[in-house]
Design a protein around this ligand. Structure first.
Ligand code: SF4
Length: 463
């Protein structure tokens, strides 16, 4: 997508900006229920193995530890410098790997995608990284051309770490930067030099990483249009394959570390929009393609290619080229997607250790999707990944008459049609350039569960 196919119109953004989920799953995690138990997980894992046309797996590992706290953080993490804690955690991760994989049939162990997220995965020592990958390979076979990615904090890695990650099989890296502006870095308690970030990018290239992604955040305290423009210039000069520009949602009542951010340092709503507008212009001018939500990629990156070829998917890591893999996840708070089910692990170390000591999958909630959920998930995926929705493809796959099944939704979309966000044609919905930044607001119209009680839900702002 080029600059002319993404239009940033502050008036439209202001008018249609609503609170909404990011749709890394549908139904969203807040709809999971606690009656979904370890037996339900075991059932869906075995059921997957019994299927005749199963896809390879995607694996996710949550490493929750961080050395220091970033004040903006809303992740599930544990701040510690005590490596004894990660040593114990790794032992239990290995147990969980053995336990969850024991429900799969022999031979159902092929993995095409793996991701270590956090927290800070690079909190682990070299030995611990080797140990976790060895435990993984004990139960699963990582295919040769798979997508194996890790989130890296440049403050925590040196040449030897990046080299080791390459040797362990990682070939994709996402690097947290947020902002190079020192004033911003002080306000968020994340001091990270440009030099150490560039060194990691160069090391990753030298060690065969195929795709390097840089994560930035807009809307941070003390951020300005000119300061963030300088950050973007420096990041673009480093030429990452992908860039994410996340919106900082300042919700100090929900996230305690954010209380250390001064309200007086926060950019105004108008400044935030100007920062975002500048960022989009800079990235599209530099040749990056808007993938959707907060993601940009070079035109020859596999995400951009997958989007052109309509093979793009969305999962808990965001956009993905891997078609609808089942995802098995390990570690506290991680979410799995197996067949028509999602399930999430407990959020604290104590509960995690206790359940694994009892020999139980450490799950605390989940959901088995019904036919309506599966249909709506496909609709939302199509809008989020392709900015269009073919009625025929939905009708053929799910045996419904689109116009009558979604009569309420088509009616509810009329305001967005009038506002220039999308067009409803005889056979499809097309999200127009001004609507692409608001694709999750459009997707929300198809979220039946949200429609039922959206008033009582709290989500970060769409933009
Ligand atoms: S932003 Fe990342 S590194 Fe910082 S505290 Fe949160 S999880 Fe840890």
């Amino acid at each position: 997508m080029t600059a002319e196919t993404l239009v940033f119109d502050p008036k439209i953004i202001n008018r249609f900006d609503v609170n909404g989920p990011r749709y890394t799953s549908y139904p969203t995690a807040d709809r999971f229920v606690e009656s979904f138990c370890a037996d339900s997980c075991a059932h869906w894992l075995a059921n997957r193995s019994a299927g005749s046309e199963r896809q390879p797996l995607s694996l996710y590992f949550h490493i929750p530890f961080c050395n220091t706290i970033c004040y903006y953080c809303a992740c599930n993490k544990i701040i510690t410098k005590d490596h004894g804690r990660s040593a114990k955690y790794l032992k239990y991760l290995a147990r969980e790997l053995a336990l969850q994989s024991s429900f799969l049939a022999e031979g159902d162990n092929e993995v095409a995608q793996l991701h270590w997220g956090g927290g800070t995965p690079t909190f682990l020592s070299h030995d611990e990284m080797r140990q976790l990958m060895a435990a993984t390979r004990q139960h699963f076979r990582l295919v040769d051309d798979g997508e194996y990615s890790i989130e890296v904090d440049p403050r925590k890695v040196d040449h030897a770490t990046v080299k080791l990650l390459g040797e362990l099989g990682f070939n994709r890296m996402s690097i947290g930067v947020q902002d190079f502006d020192e004033r911003v870095q002080q306000a968020i308690n994340r001091i990270q030099s440009e030099a150490e970030t560039l060194a990691v990018i160069n090391d990753a290239r030298a060690n065969g990483f195929k795709s390097i992604s840089v994560d930035l955040i807009y809307g941070l305290p003390r951020q300005s249009v000119s300061g963030f423009a300088r950050t973007l210039d420096r990041v673009v000069a480093a030429s990452p394959d992908r860039l994410s520009i996340y919106n900082y949602a300042h919700l100090p009542s929900l996230f305690k570390p954010q209380r250390r951010i001064l309200e007086s340092d926060m950019p105004s709503a108008d400044e935030r929009l100007q920062i975002l507008s500048m960022a989009i212009n800079k990235l599209t001018d530099a040749g990056y393609v808007f993938i959707g939500m907060d993601h940009f990629a070079k035109p020859d990156d596999e995400l951009a290619i997958a989007q052109r070829e309509k093979r793009l998917h969305r999962n808990f890591q965001g956009y993905s080229t891997h078609s609808d893999c089942d995802m098995m996840s390990f570690g506290i708070s991680s979410i799995s997607k197996v067949g028509p089910s999602y399930y999430q692990n407990v959020k604290t170390l104590d509960e995690y250790y206790e359940l694994l000591d009892r020999g139980e999958i450490p799950v605390y909630r989940g959901i088995a999707l019904d036919a309506d959920d599966i249909l709506r998930r496909a609709v939302i995926q199509s809008l989020m990944c392709h900015f269009e929705l073919s009625f025929e493809s939905i009708e053929n796959a799910y045996g419904v008459d689109f116009a009558s099944y979604f009569a309420t939704e088509l009616d509810a979309l009329q305001e967005m049609v009038q506002g220039g966000l999308l067009r409803i044609e005889a056979a499809r919905i097309v999200v127009l350039p001004p609507g692409r930044m608001l694709v999750r607001a459009i997707s929300m119209v198809f979220d039946k569960r949200l429609r039922a009680d959206r008033e009582s839900k709290r989500y970060s702002k769409v933009i």
